[in-house]
Every structure is written in C-alpha cells, then in structure tokens.
Design a binder for this molecule. Sequence first.
Ligand code: ADP
Length: 160
Amino acid sequence: MSKAIYPGSFDPVTFGHLDIIKRSAEMFDEIIVGVLNNSAKNSLFEVEERKDMLIETTKGFDNVKVISFDGLLIDYMKDNNISVIVRGLRAVTDFEYELQIAQSNRKASKGNVDTVFLTTSIEYAYLSSSIVREYARYGTDVSDFVPDYVEERLKERFRK
Ligand code: ADP
C-alpha cells in the first residue's frame, strides 16, 4: 500500500492546501496530513483546532487521515512506516527552503525518506495561511481562500 505524509502548520488550512491534499489523495492509497505541533512558532490556532479544521474540511476523502506530531518528522515517519513526504511548491521563493529540507530529510533518514513536490494550481499560487490570518484579523472577506467552516473559526477568533 502506498502511503505519504503531507506535513505543515496549517494555521489555518486553505484552499491551496486542500488542492494538494485532493491531488495527492489520487496518487497514493493513503495520505496522512501531519499537523506540526511546533511550540516555537507563534500560531493563531492551537494544534487541536488546526486538526479539527482539517478533519472537517477533508471529510469527503476516505483515504485522508489527520494527525499531529511533535519532534522530528523523520522520526514520526520511521515509527509509522512512512517513506514519502508531499509538499506544495508555489513560487521560486519556496524552492530554496524546500530543497534544503528535502535534502536534509533524505540524508538524516539514511536515504529512507523522499519528498514529492506538487506545484500549486495557478489559482492558489498567491495563497498562504499568513495572508488569510492577516485579512481575517482586519475583517476582510476570506471566502475565496478558505472553506466556510474555517472562515467561521477565523471570525470567532477575531471577535474575541
Ligand atoms: P509550513 O509551515 O510547513 O510551511 P504550511 O501550512 O504553510 O506549513 O504549508 C504546508 C505545505 O503546503 C507546504 O509544502 C507549502 O508549500 C504548501 N502550501 C501552502 N500554501 C499552498 C498553496 N496555496 N498552494 C500549494 N501549496 C501550498
């Protein structure tokens, strides 16, 4: 059975992420969406909230599973018998960072882990979680960027 992990912060999940999830779910038997529980990064949503939004918005895919992990991705992968990472590439600005991470993951896992890149669908090329957070903070409509469920969670967050 082919299995891959799609790791990220997903703070919050956007249509860009969902596009990568949909396309990779067609390529692999199982896609594990891995929410990084990174205490060093200042996130808007707690890891459980980010996970909840992903579970809700990927309900339509029966081969997508959402988990969270802390520590090193390659350790999680080893413990769970996963050898492929899926990442999305938007622009050349993503490239250098992604290349470095992919190469170091391959090296540190002694060649057991490889990374597959999907290029963004052109309509989402500009889209990032940080833009969504910034717009939502100032009450700008984000319905073109995130599903309704996520938009509601953003509204609740900034109402407080
Ligand atoms: P990270 O903090 O690890 O960069 P993100 O949640 O921002 O996590 O992104 C997770 C993955 O999704 C990354 O590979 C990123 O390049 C990709 N991604 C984010 N937004 C888009 C988009 N609009 N189109 C395609 N891929 C995207």
